[in-house]
Design a protein around this ligand. Structure first.
Ligand code: NAD
Length: 550
């Protein structure tokens, strides 16, 4: 089967039988655009092996089916392969997806890989297999917010005069250097693959690549001391360089990591050339896993060393602590995950990564929606700062898109405004509205979003399933249930939704429900876990909680 170069159609002419189908088609294709995907030839979008379709024949069947799908039909997708079309109704999603799900006792990487090798499943990550990846910008805003929270907690509200050390400059991790410099700080980022660092320089997420570790340290310390916002990449293995920087006593203030540690076959062990890693991992997966985990243990041990020396250290959602623990390093969980450390209060307010893409392909449509957001929320200063910086600094990848964190009661307002702008011709074509699965009420992930919940309910996975059901019942355009994204097989269950603003009255009714009920899941989930802030939001916004009534 031929490998394609895929690019979504642009403009206001339909190539399918309706805008919801057209949106799904364009966003599937956009996920595989060479400007967006990390390895489009393998259908891999981001996050190690996160794919948009199982194989090329499945991709072609998806495109064929979306092109002919009626407005009262629903296509079912099982781990990247279309498996059926049923007659439903206009309010039903046009696509329902389930990716990478396995029954509990079988939910291990070796079993997943066995089934994947048989062609029976694929790894969907979060927005890869649910067709709403928008490139590195998607994570940039969340990363920007996280570093802003670090600045607020430890450094007087700015990262100016601080040095952040991190690893991994891939699809998600590549957002880190820009997020740090947007907060005024200096950043040193290690990646084993020089091409990944160069790609981030080309897209303006990274300022420069150093010629050696010595050069990197000199530049980084100079930037810190002169309070310059500068990001520096250095080629090497994080398991070697992080301990070396600790030994040298480099004055590092913040340490985190976004190497692809969630999958021990994606983390390159010390002593292995990244070019040889895929072949080695495929031929000897167990040996590779042992070596990768041993390297991760050394990497995490050095992160703990930085913590002991007074740095702010956190796990950035890649499960590196879990892998280091499996290698026998006992203090792996000495530092916290980023959600309990910085993000949970936002989740209590139903806040999370609201994102949208312009199907016209014209950046002018995103500029118009940016103005609409500023107009809708004039008192939100950090939102205004983000929208302004994003407009200046973010290079679009694929279809122009934007992300900002909005809460309960805000997302539906924004969605309805976009729908009006499509209806009155301010925008040239419909807008696709979705979100990351890393949201307030859509994930069960004990190493990440639900780490250290107040009532101990970290591993309860009913919530994301209810989230998918309520979005289906509310009129979302496509809804997905995934397993393993972000943190790896066996460690998370999560759900996604995407809703299309095509300017019709029906779309308006769907948007009003979906974009209220979806973040509403975050509010009720955190009320149930005993967070007072969530209780307050529920009370102020009239979210009904049966156990608090009567
Ligand atoms: P990716 O596969 O695109 O990039 C990973 C990078 O790590 C690559 O550039 C690779 O060369 C590098 N790398 C691998 N081993 C290394 C080593 N030993 N030393 C130095 N560099 C090494 O993955 P991504 O999309 O950037 O995601 C990174 C991680 O973050 C994944 O584990 C993913 O699951 C997780 N993630 C976190 C969040 C979050 O919100 N915090 C969201 C999504 C994904």
């Amino acid at each position: 089967m031929a490998v394609h170069t895929v690019r979504a159609p642009r403009g206001s002419a339909l190539t399918t039988r309706g805008w919801p189908q057209e949106a799904a088609l364009r966003m599937l294709m956009n996920n595989l655009d060479p400007d967006v995907a990390e390895r489009p030839q393998d259908l891999v979008v981001y996050g190690g092996t996160g794919k948009a379709a199982r194989d090329w024949p499945s991709y072609e069947a998806l495109v064929r089916t979306l092109t002919t799908l009626g407005p009262d039909e629903t296509m079912l997708v099982q781990s990247g392969r279309p498996v059926g079309v049923f007659t439903t109704h206009e309010w039903a999603p046009r696509v329902l997806l389930a990716n990478s799900n396995l029954v509990g006792d079988w939910a291990t990487w070796p079993e997943f890989r066995r089934l994947e090798a048989l062609g029976l499943t694929m790894y969907g990550q979060m927005t890869a297999g649910s067709w709403i990846y928008i490139g590195t910008q998607g994570i940039l805003q969340g990363t920007y917010e996280t570093f802003a929270a670090v600045a607020a907690k430890r450094f007087g509200g700015t990262l100016a005069g601080t040095l952040t050390l991190t690893g991994g400059c891939g699809g998600m991790g590549g957002a880190q250097p820009l997020a740090v410099t947007m907060n005024g700080g200096a950043c040193l980022v290690i990646d084993v693959d020089a091409a990944r660092l160069q790609r981030r320089v080309d897209t303006r997420y990274l300022d420069t690549v150093a010629s050696s570790v010595d050069d990197a340290v000199t530049q980084a310390v100079l930037a810190k001391n002169s309070r310059e916002a500068l990001s520096i990449g250095v080629v090497g293995n994080a398991a070697t360089i992080v301990p070396e920087l600790l030994r040298r006593g480099v004055p590092i203030d913040i340490v985190t990591d976004q190497t692809s540690a969630h999958d021990p076959l994606s983390y390159v062990p010390e002593g292995i050339d990244p070019a040889d890693a895929p072949d080695y991992a495929a031929k000897k997966p167990e040996e590779f896993t042992d070596r990768a985990r041993a390297s991760m243990a050394r990497h995490v041990e050095a992160m703990v060393g930085f913590m002991d020396a007074g740095a702010e250290v956190f796990d950035y959602g890649n499960s590196i602590r879990g892998e280091a623990q499996l290698a026998g390093y006992e203090r792996a969980f000495a530092f916290p995950g980023f959600v309990p450390a910085y993000i949970r209060p936002l989740f209590c307010e139903g806040k999370g990564p609201f994102r949208w893409a312009a199907l016209s392909g014209d950046p002018a449509d995103i500029a118009a929606t940016d103005r609409a957001i500023l107009d809708l929320f004039p008192d939100n200063e950090s939102l205004a700062r983000w929208i302004k910086l994003a407009g200046e600094r973010v290079a679009f990848q694929g279809l122009p898109a934007r992300i900002c964190w909005l809460g309960y009661g805000e997302r539906d307002q924004a969605g309805l405004r976009f729908n009006e702008m499509v209806a009155d011709g301010t925008l040239q074509a419909p807008i696709v509205i979705g979100r990351d699965h890393l949201d307030c009420g859509s994930v069960a992930s004990p190493y990440r979003e639900t780490e250290a919940m107040r009532d101990g309910s970290d591993a309860i996975a009913d919530w994301p399933l209810l989230n998918a059901l309520v979005n289906t019942a509310s009129g979302a355009s496509w809804v997905s249930i995934h397993h393993g994204g972000g943190v790896g097989i066996g460690r998370s269950i999560h759900a996604g939704q995407v809703t299309v603003a095509d300017g019709t009255a029906l779309a308006g009714e769907k948007i009003a429900r979906v974009l209220r009920n979806d973040p509403g899941m975050g509010v009720i989930r955190h009320v149930d876990a005993g967070y007072e802030l969530a209780e307050q939001v529920a009370q102020d916004q009239g979210v009904r909680i049966p156990m608090r009534e009567g």
